[in-house]
Design a protein around this ligand. Structure first.
Ligand SMILES: [Zn+2]
Length: 278
């Protein structure tokens, strides 16, 4: 029985890794953002989520429902842009489908819904999607069309990271390395990763980004993906030199996502807007 349960847990882990930043990445983004909300915005976020629920605790809900009750949201977690492209084409890359359109469209929708919807349940769900998908659009491989965003590129992980120990599951795919493995090889707990960023990257970059446009975030992440996907094919071994190159990018993308999520929420929830929005 133990073997069966362990196998199920392992399968579940692999499954969720294929979706997005892992739970750690989403919690990191949400926590960075929550610490930067204005008092008014924080009150409103608590009102929408219901009491003392932290943003980090709901940051992976969108992944939980994606393959369960809400298959129509499946495509909201990424934008499939060919790696060679440097532009975003909403007609071909964000078309409506039974699995949803794309992350850029959902960020725009969720911002309007948390601001203007009269339905408390819709506002709660939209806020949970927004917290999650702002994070997803900053994971470089969530902006890559090829090979299901790197999910189909098997690689061998041979880096110990700051933790120094080899990953427990050494064989992985490129997407999962960026969702989870680099983060997990850096600190043992996501809270420690937030502390790391607060003591370094966020100190050096205290302001939210110049843009709150999800298309700009996506193309920025896409440009990074071109660099960190270069030269990687099936069964490539990723060693410490790859980790050393990737970690500053993971730090930057998690930091940017947290700052931008805070800025978006402070923009839409700190004052009573005139609804409907344009
Ligand atoms: Zn996701």
């Amino acid at each position: 029985m133990k073997i069966i349960i362990f196998g199920l847990l392992l399968a579940g882990t692999t499954f969720s890794q294929a979706f997005a930043w892992g739970q750690e990445g989403h919690a990191i983004v949400a926590e960075i953002a929550q610490r930067r909300l204005s008092a008014t915005t924080l009150l409103e976020v608590k009102h929408i989520l219901g009491g003392e629920v932290s943003m980090a605790s709901v940051a992976s809900w969108a992944d939980d429902v994606r393959s369960g009750p809400h298959p129509e949201t499946y495509n909201w977690h990424f934008v499939d842009i060919p790696l060679a492209d440097s532009t975003y084409d909403p007609v071909s890359e964000c078309a409506a489908s039974p699995k949803g359109d794309c992350g850029i469209a959902e960020v725009d929708r969720a911002e309007h819904e948390i601001t203007c919807s009269a339905d408390p349940m819709q506002r709660r769900d939209s806020l949970r999607y927004l917290i999650h998908i702002v994070g997803d659009l900053h994971q470089p491989f969530h902006t890559v069309a090829e090979g299901n965003g790197g999910n189909e590129t098997k690689i061998v992980v041979k880096f110990g990271g700051l933790i120094k120990f080899p990953p427990k599951v050494p064989d992985d795919n490129l997407h999962a390395v960026w969702d989870s493995t680099i983060i997990k090889q850096t600190t043992y707990a996501w809270g420690s990763y937030v502390d790391r960023l607060e003591g370094d990257w966020l100190l050096k970059h205290p302001e939210a980004s110049e843009t709150l446009d999800p298309t700009a975030w996506t193309l920025e992440a896409h440009a990074l993906a071109k660099d960190v996907a270069a030269g990687i094919t099936n069964c490539t071994t990723l060693d410490n030199s790859y980790y050393d190159k990737a970690l500053p990018i993971v730090d930057e993308q998690l930091g940017r996502a947290g700052l931008r999520l805070a800025a978006v929420l402070n923009r839409w929830l700190s004052t009573a807007p005139a609804c409907p929005l344009p």
